[in-house]
Every structure is written in C-alpha cells, then in structure tokens.
Design a protein around this ligand. Structure first.
Ligand SMILES: Cc1ncc(COP(=O)(O)O)c(C=O)c1O
Length: 433
C-alpha cells in the first residue's frame, strides 16, 4: 500500500468520526494511526506499518490480538445467537460466564449485573449501594467517599466519584458532592480515609477506590497493607466497599484481581476493560450475596433494581469472556506477568530511572507510569516522548507527562526489550542525553 493510503484514511476519518479525549481541530495534524488489522501484539496500519501495542489498546487487551481461541469462541457464538436481552430473561452463555467468574472473583456469594463499559459498571455500583440502604430501611446513608486523584469513568455518577481535573471541570455543576480524602500520592492517605470513614459512618452509603493503582491519575500506587486498612475500616463502620477493578482486573497487577493482594472482599466489584481480553465491550457490577439479598422482594415491588442496558450481557462478549478466562488459566498468563514485570523493572532501573528528566517510575505488575520532569511547563514531553516511541514502532499514549507502559499480559521477553529500546530512544531524542 502507498504512503497516501494512510493519509487518505486520516482525511476520511477526520471528516466523519469524533474521537474521544481528542481535539478534533488538531487531530489530523497529530499523525494519528489508522489501524487496519493486527497480528499477535502488533497493530498494523493502513500502510502496513507495524506497532507493538504497548498500551493494550487503552488497557483492554490482555492476550494480544487475533487470538485463535477467542476468534473461534466468537465465531461459534455468532452461529448460535449474537445477542438476546437479559431483562427478565437469560442466555446460556451468560449463565456459563457468570458461573465461571463466580469461582474467581474476590466477592462472597457473587451476583453479576452485566453492562457495556467500565463507567457503567461504576454507575450501577453507585445506584446499588444507594438503594441498598433504602431497601434495608436505614435512613441517611446517602453519601459516597472517594479518593483524591480518583478516576472512575466519564458518565456523570462516575465523574462525581472522580477527582475532576481540567478535562472534566466544565461538568462540575452536574456532579453530586462526595466526601473526598487524599489519594495514593499522599503517604498518609489511608489514615485520613479511615478517620473519615469512622467519623462519617452514619452518612456513608459506600467507599469507592481503585485497589493498588490509581491508573488514570498516572499509575499512583498504594501498598496492599494500606488498601486493606480501608476494607477493615468499612467493615468496622458498616459501610459498603466498592472496588473499581476496571483497570486493575484480569491480571494486570500480577494477580487476577488487585483486591486479592490487598486481602479485600468488596461488597461491590466493578469489572470491565480486560474482561473480554480486549475484544468486545462488556463490563459487570458484582454484588455480594448480602447486597443482592437486600433487593429481593415482591414482583414489581420497590425493592427491585430498576436499571438495565440494551446490550448488557451480550452473548458474543460473554462467549469471548468465558474462553478468555479459560485461557488466562491454561496459558499460565499470571506467571508471565510476574516474569515480564520483573524484567521490565530491571530494564527501566538500568536505562531510565537514573535520568535527571525522570521524576519517578511507578509499577505494579504490568501497569507502569514513568513520570517525566520537564524543566518548564508547556514542553509536552509526555506527548512528544510517546510520539517518538510510535515513530520507532511502539504505540504509547501518555497521561500528561506520565508515559504509560501497559503491554498485553502475554508480552514476550524480546517485546519488553523492544518497548524499552523505543522508550530509551524517544527519551534521548526529546529530552537530550
Ligand atoms: C479505574 C477505572 N474505572 C472506570 C473506567 C471507565 O471505563 P470505561 O472507559 O470502559 O467506561 C476506567 C477507564 O480507564 C478506569 O481506569
């Protein structure tokens, strides 16, 4: 294919597609990739150029692209039924998926409410937590505690839990207030959150957090022991705990769920992104038996959870998610995450950490944030370093001046090296040696 092919696609794209989190007036000028196909962990653009997908297509991909077993599961399900509604009716493959997930999620007696996106899993958790107290006849439990630097998605409820920032400031008048205590960047965050939970227990419906890693705020990390303290404080105070594992779930931090490392058994667990290995839009809110039980009552009665989405529990997504869960086990993916995370930590330590232009490297498993330290504002180092990596065949996307590395969990030793080589070269190019 010719060079004009990609340019032509960018023009057609910019004429009709509106890209999220993207200034469309600048889109075409920022050398976007237009992907046509993929092989393994590489994306291939319309000109045939190959890029290692080192951000897992925005943190969703786990096993790479075009995994034969996932492709086969998708095709087999398509030959049965692509979708049937979950409102008041069931679907066999969704039942099988829920049964399989029930065996691995860190939730007691789990029940699954499926949806399409991570933000929706969070919205559902918020509404379930709110109505839980109403159904139990406990007045006043209407507030939520969330952390500084939190990100839970872009719908209004999820934005309310999130800690705002320049991108969402315009929507502040639409958001509901929450009790906010500091995030993982504050070494005393856990003590402050526990104190607030103790002091305001009677007002709180739930506490929401991203266990171990606050991803979108630049991979801010907490110790497992600190996160565990929040779970204990919630139990003591009788406040529900919502763990948002949309980003950390399905192996990213080295265990299937980050909550496991923290010894947490949340009342509500939010899943998304990697649930289908990055194939199809699916999310789930997982409720404990105790929470679920509070919604049982008369048919058409007020205890019912009146909430649902057209594509919640999509059968194609469920079939892929079910096969994906089997593959995580049979391919021993978590062992690879540990080995590649160790390799990556060593390489970053040797080749990146000592640079004066790097303020910090934060890592849990294969979630990595490299915070750059530009000498003055406005240099857009994050954006430029990632562009430098892309020109070297490794797809990266920053969060401000934090370069994110979040490769598929099946990444090989050679590909880890390729990723660090590209980063190393891009850092030299943009920040000087
Ligand atoms: C922790 C967390 N929660 C929720 C979301 C929102 O998920 P989605 O983009 O699928 O709506 C994200 C997305 O990055 C996330 O990192």
């Amino acid at each position: 294919m010719s060079e004009t092919s990609s340019r032509n696609w960018v023009e057609r794209d910019a004429a009709v597609v509106w890209h999220g989190f993207t200034q469309m007036a600048a889109y075409a000028g920022n050398a976007p990739l237009v992907i046509e196909r993929a092989e393994g962990r590489e994306l291939i653009d319309a000109d045939g150029r190959r890029y290692l997908d080192a951000i897992s297509s925005l943190w969703v991909n786990t096993l790479g692209h075009r995994v034969p077993e996932l492709d086969a599961a998708l095709a087999a399900q398509a030959a049965r039924v692509a979708h049937s509604t979950m409102l008041g009716n069931g679907n066999t493959v969704v039942v099988e998926l829920a049964e399989a997930l029930a065996g691995v999620v860190p939730v007691d007696d789990p029940h699954f409410l499926f949806a399409g996106d991570g933000a929706v899993a969070v919205e559902q958790a918020l509404k379930i937590a709110f109505q839980y107290w109403v159904n139990r006849g406990v007045p006043g439990r209407t507030a939520f505690l969330a952390l500084g630097d939190a990100y839970h998605g872009d719908t209004i409820g999820a934005l309310s839990l999130g800690d705002g920032g320049v991108f969402s400031a315009v929507f502040e008048p639409l958001c509901f207030p929450v009790v906010r205590t500091p995030g993982y960047a504050d070494p005393g965050w856990a003590g402050k959150a526990c104190a607030a939970i103790d002091a305001r227990a009677g007002e709180l419906a739930a506490v929401a957090l991203e266990p171990l890693v606050q991803g979108a705020s630049g991979m801010l990390c907490a110790s497992a022991a600190d996160v565990r303290r929040i779970g204990e404080a919630c139990r003591r105070a009788g406040v529900l705990l919502i763990c948002d594992e949309v980003a950390t779930g399905f192996g990213r931090t080295g265990t299937l769920f980050a909550s496991e490392q923290c010894g947490l058994r949340p009342d509500l667990l939010c899943l998304g992104k990697g649930i289908t290995g990055g194939y199809l839009a699916m999310s789930a809110t997982v409720a404990s038996g105790e929470v679920y039980g509070a919604f049982l009552g008369d048919d058409l009665g007020p205890a019912t959870f009146y909430h649902g989405h057209s594509y919640g529990g999509n059968a194609l997504a469920a079939a892929v998610a079910l096969e994906h869960l089997r593959l995580i086990e049979s391919l021993d993916v978590l062992t690879n995450v540990q080995a590649r995370a160790d390799q990556l930590a060593t390489l970053l330590g040797e080749r990146v950490a000592g640079r004066a232009v790097v303020r910090a490297i934060r890592q849990r498993g294969l979630m990595v944030g490299i915070e750059l330290a530009p000498p003055e504002p406005g240099l857009r180092w994050g954006r430029r370093v990632c562009a430098g990596a892309v020109s070297r065949g490794v797809l990266l996307r920053p969060l401000g001046d934090v370069v994110v590395l979040m490769p598929p969990l099946t990444i090989t030793e050679g590909e880890v090296l390729r990723m660090v080589d590209a980063l190393d070269g891009a850092l030299d190019e943009v920040t000087g040696r």
